[in-house]
Design a protein around this ligand. Structure first.
Ligand code: GUN
Length: 296
């Protein structure tokens, strides 16, 4: 090959890795049940008819079934009140046969999301959104890791991408992805020890910041926001975006252009999304194990 010829990035196949991880979890669930425990059980709560949320929850349920995890669906109408939702969460908290509770976000506007997330028992909080679990993770003592950042970390580690000492630039500061991702990447622990920069909608010189990344993680929710000139040649680019556009589903990265520059890149779909589901299954098994341990 001539020097200077651009080499297209290696595709990080999140879908394939998600299947591998789900097979590992299925084997562990089978052993857990063989040892006399009840099957790990997830209660999923969906309020309203948001089409994207319906797809996400259905994918989560199917994955549970494939792994031997019981999933119980609670569908509530869009007009559900805060009190009605809190009542259901209270019942699920008190039900010893439920190990994990997931309330799909976003919630309708009459409902206070933060109050709902705080109402979920921290021991059943398989999304790791409760302040107690956020705090434990922040201090490097996680009870559960949040699913999307954990999936990204697994993808990097299992793809052999060096993280320690590298510059990870995260674009986006959400509670679900950007903030916890930053904390996890900077921890003094395996699969971490990175130097982290978080950029967001108010960052000055964002393209210049992005260009300094060894690993660029993009979760800003704008279709094709990251263009090829924002990526250092050879960098790893992780696209968390799921934007519905007139041309169909698009990530936050201009995939076709950026793949000519990056060393590794995730596709959308088939990148980060399936790994989020795998790590939810992981947390549900972990919750069941912790609850058996508590009672035994
Ligand atoms: N909405 C978008 N991502 C997520 C997630 O990871 N968990 C929940 N519960 N809702 C979401």
């Amino acid at each position: 090959m001539k020097t200077g010829t651009p080499v297209a990035a290696k595709i990080l196949d999140g879908k394939a890795l998600a299947q591998t991880i789900q097979a590992e979890i299925a084997a562990e669930v089978a052993e857990f049940v063989r040892n006399g425990a009840a099957p790990p059980t997830l209660a999923a709560v969906l309020v309203g008819e948001d089409p994207a949320s319906q797809v996400y929850v259905r994918n989560k349920q199917r994955a549970c079934e494939r792994a031997g995890i019981e999933s119980r669906m609670h569908r509530l109408p869009a007009e559900t009140t805060q009190d009605e939702l809190l009542q259901l969460i209270g019942e699920l908290n008190d039900d010893d046969s439920v190990h994990g509770i997931l309330v799909q976000l976003p919630l309708p506007e009459q409902i206070d999301e933060q109050q709902v997330l705080r109402a979920i028992s921290p021991r059943k909080d398989v999304d790791a959104f409760h302040p107690e679990n956020v705090g434990l993770m922040m201090q490097g003592q996680p009870r559960f890791l949040p699913c999307t950042p954990h999936g990204i970390q697994q993808l990097l580690v299992r793809s052999g991408i060096e993280i320690a000492g590298k510059h990870v630039v995260i674009i986006g500061r959400s509670d679900i992805v950007g903030k916890p991702m930053a904390v996890m990447m900077m921890q003094k622990s395996k699969g971490a020890n990175a130097t982290v920069t978080v950029c967001h909608s108010r960052t000055e010189n964002l393209p210049e910041m992005a260009q300094t990344a060894d690993i660029l993680i993009v979760a800003i929710g704008r279709a094709k926001f990251v263009t090829a000139d924002m990526v250092r040649p050879g960098a790893t680019v992780i696209d968390v975006g799921m934007n519905r556009t007139d041309e169909g589903l698009s990530g936050d990265v201009d995939f076709e252009a950026v793949r000519e520059v990056a060393g590794h890149i995730t596709p959308v779909p088939g990148g980060v999304g399936p790994l989020t589901v795998s790590m939810l299954l992981y947390n549900t098994l972990e919750a069941a194990r912790q609850q058996v341990g508590k009672r035994g």
